[in-house]
Design a protein around this ligand. Structure first.
Ligand SMILES: Nc1ncnc2c1ncn2[C@@H]1O[C@H](COP(=O)(O)OP(=O)(O)O)[C@@H](O)[C@H]1O
Ligand SMILES: [Mg+2]
Length: 397
């Protein structure tokens, strides 16, 4: 797929900027804080309707304005598409495809696919499990947009189940305190009659157990499948970048273990684990069973990647993961996604830069940001479009 044009209105530090892409590689050059990452963020938004840099839409709207708009023309094998997102400082965002508003945002996803690689991605190796979960989730949304809905449902159930567990724990603590007082003062009878009032909540909890198992099993089965497909591709990239001296393993470590990829069996495994952790959940007043506690283990030569080797070696790993993402998306979607390289190229040594260049060639449309055009190998400049970014204005270099 190819991003032909991008039009930003009141988005971040852009007032009204149209960009036409005319090469497979576009290099955006500019000093810090000029708007390079903002432009990539706009592309990320069109691709996933998410940004890893802003919590609220309000932050994306140019200061002093009420609404921002991102518009793009995309060329795909089956035809062209016009995507638009309107973000508001107050109120909900709206999205449209070929000038038609889409009620379901789900229908907007999967039209522009992209893989983003920035220096923040080292967090994939060093950060908490949550970083790796969101990475796999974001990849899944690109591969099958319905996953956005599946994940949303799971987190809704989780929130409600947590609220119930918390109410139950707080209630129990209160009753115990009262019970102890009553027990000391009067009879045992008043204590036990208060305990009985718990039972409707226990019934309610049973229902939430079922829902957690049902929605959680959908999440865990999809995560397992995507990692199974991604792992061999990443391993082979990693071997080639490290000249076959290192073996990368990407392994899914689900919170609920299951063996057979069948909905009922996975749900059964959930329910069994919930029973095992019943007391812990009651004491903690929160859900401890489910994919919100999954881990994706990354290891090199059988050593956890976090404690393995230098920063350079960890970068090799992230690069291998990103290349694997590119290939997997292409395999599933049938078209090469865009690659967005935010400030990372200069951080890679020459060998890794060349590996990356070989891998993308002219096959993947790539947007690259940098502060210094001379900070990476001159090969990158061949056949590239070079644009300069200055205070929210883009011009030919
Ligand atoms: N909502 C906004 N309104 C106006 N300016 C913004 C807004 N959000 C960010 N900016 C500005 O954008 C600039 C940062 O842009 P960015 O793309 O991150 O820079 P870089 O070129 O270093 O990647 C900063 O000057 C910041 O003040
Ligand atoms: Mg930046």
């Amino acid at each position: 797929m190819y991003l032909k044009t991008l039009h930003l209105r009141s988005f971040r530090n852009y007032m009204n900027q149209q960009v036409e892409f005319d090469a497979q590689k576009t290099i955006l050059v500019g000093n810090n804080a000029q708007g390079k990452s903002n432009l990539l963020e706009a592309v990320e938004l069109l691709s996933t309707l998410k940004t890893h840099r802003a919590r609220r839409d309000r932050d994306l709207v140019k200061e002093g304005q009420t609404a921002a708009q991102i518009e793009a023309n995309i060329k795909r094998i089956y035809g062209e598409a016009e995507l638009a997102v309107t973000l508001r400082s107050q109120g909900r965002r709206t999205v449209s495809l070929n000038k038609e508003n889409l009620r379901r945002h789900l229908d907007f996803l999967g039209i522009l696919n992209s893989v983003q690689f920035s220096s923040l991605d080292l967090e994939l190796v060093r950060g908490a499990p949550e970083c790796r979960r969101s990475w796999v989730d974001a990849l899944l949304v690109q591969l099958e947009p319905i996953y956005a809905h599946i994940l949303h449902q799971y987190y809704q159930v989780l929130r409600q189940r947590n609220a119930l567990l918390k109410t139950m724990r707080d209630g129990l603590e209160k009753r115990c305190a009262e019970g102890n007082r009553n027990y000391n003062l009067t009879s045992e009878h008043s204590y036990s009659s208060k305990i009985e009032t718990i039972s409707p909540q226990i019934l309610q909890l049973k229902l939430w157990d079922e829902k957690l198992a049902e929605t959680g099993s959908r999440v865990t089965r999809r995560r397992a499948r995507v990692i199974e497909r991604l792992a061999p591709i990443a391993r082979s990239w990693h071997a080639s970048i490290s000249s076959k001296t290192e073996v990368l393993e990407v392994k899914y470590a689900p919170n609920v273990n299951w063996l057979e990829d069948e909905p009922e069996k996975v749900q059964q495994a959930f329910l069994e684990k919930i029973e095992q952790r019943r007391i812990a959940e009651k004491n903690l007043g929160t859900t401890v069973v489910g994919p919100h506690r999954d881990e994706i283990e990354l290891s090199i030569n059988n050593t956890p990647a976090k404690s393995y080797g230098s920063q350079g070696q960890q970068r090799t790993l992230v690069l291998a993961l990103k290349l694997a993402e590119l290939k997997l998306i292409e395999e599933v979607i049938g078209e090469p996604p865009l690659l967005l390289l935010d400030d990372v190229l200069a951080e890679l040594d020459l060998n890794r830069q060349n590996q990356l260049l070989d891998a993308i060639q002219d096959h993947f449309q790539t947007l690259i940001t940098t502060t210094h055009i001379g900070s990476f190998d001159a090969q990158w400049l061949q056949n590239s479009q070079i644009l300069s970014v200055e205070a929210g204005n883009i011009s030919s270099f």
